[in-house]
Design a protein around this ligand. Sequence first.
Ligand SMILES: [Zn+2]
Length: 416
Amino acid sequence: MFLIISPYQNSRLAYVAILISKFLNCEVKIQKHLPSNQVPFLCYADTNYCNAKIFIASNGLLLEKHIRPIEMLWDTDLQCLLAFKNKSTFGFDVFSAMFFHVTRYEEYLIQARDDLGRFKVLNAVLFKNNLVKTPLVDLHLLMLQEAIFQCFPQFSTGVKQYQYLPSMDIDIAFDYLGRDLKRNIGAALNDIYKLKLANLWKRILVNFGLAKDPAFIFNKVLSTPILYFIHTGKYGAFDKSCGFNHPEYLNFIKNIPRNSIAIHPSFQSYLAISIIKSEIEKLEKLSGKQITKSRQHFIKLILPESYQMLIQLGITDDYSMGWPNMSGYRAGTAMSYPFFDLTTNELTNLTIHPFMWMDTHYIFNNDLTLEDGLREFEEFKQHCKRIGVPFIPIFHNNHFKIARYTVFLDLLNSTL
Ligand SMILES: [Zn+2]
C-alpha cells in the first residue's frame, strides 16, 4: 500500500490516486494524517506538514471544481506548464500536470476544430512543445515510482502484464461485394467515368466469383486474436460500410468472440445518440452479443459529449484516445485509465484505452514514411513493455491489398 497524506479530500485528488494505483499496481489511499505504522507515503499539500521525504506542493488545480482558462506557457526544463511550477520535490505539481494531460483539460478550453470537426493536434500543448511522441504522463509516473523506491527501499509494486492486442476498424468489409445493385452500378459507372478500367475489370471478376474481394482478408488473420470495431452505419459521404447481406461477412461477425467485437460509430452518428444506439443494436443483432466496446470512426471524438453518450448507451470501454492524423500520445500515456468528466467534476465508469499507432498515420500522412511506421511501431511497443500495459495498434482490412502495405499485415500477425 502507498499513502498520500493530504488535507484535501476531493474527486480530482482521488482520481490522481487511481492513476498512481493503476501504474504502481498497488493500493493507494489518501489520508489526512500519518498512521503510526510504517507505510510508504508522500505529502500533497501547501506545506510539508508531515515531514515527508517526497513532498508535492499543490498549485491549486486539483482543489477546484470547475474548468477555467490556463495559460499554456511551457517550462522546457521541467517539461510542464509554468502554471504547475513550484518549490517541492520534483519542482512542480506533478499531480496537477498528470490530471491536466489525462483528462484532456485543454480540449475543453480550445474550441478550434479541423475541417472534420475534431480537436486539432496542432493546438495541443504537447505537440507545440515537441512532446507528442513522448509518453509524458508515464514518465512523470516513472519519476514518482523511482522516488518512492529510493525513499522506501522496502516498497514493491505489483506485477503488470504487457500484452499485444492488435485492433482493426472495419469501415468497409468488401471493395466490390456486398453492395446493392444500385450502389454497384453507380460504382461501375464511376469507374468508367474516371477511366479506372483496371478497377472496373476487377469489379467484374469479383462480382462473378472469378476473383477474391481484396478487402475481405479476414481468413488471413484467423490465428491472430484481434479486437474488431465494426461500422454498421448508413451509407454517407464518410460512411461506406457494406456487406450486411453477404453470408461470408455475416458468418465472420457471428464468430467473433464476445470480448473481441466492438462498435465503430459512424461519422453521421456524431453527437446523435439515437443513431449510435441504432448502430449498436444492429451489431448486437448481427453478432448475437452484447456490445460494450467502441471506437469513433475517423476518431471523431469530442469531449465530453461523445463519452457521455457512449456511457448512456452502456459502453464501458472506448479506444478512441489517440490522434487521427498523427502517431503519438494524445493524453501523455499508453496506460488504460478511467474517464474523468470535467463538466461534472466526477469519475465515470468508462475506461479509456489509448492508441498511439494507426496504419493510416503512415498511409495518408506525407510527413511519415512506411519505415517510420515500422520504427515507431517498435518504439511504442517497447514503451508498453517497459511499463507493462497492452499495446493496441490500429489496422484497417482494406489497406493490405496495396503491395507496399502488406508489411502491415505481417506486423498485425506478428506475435510480440
Ligand atoms: Zn473508421
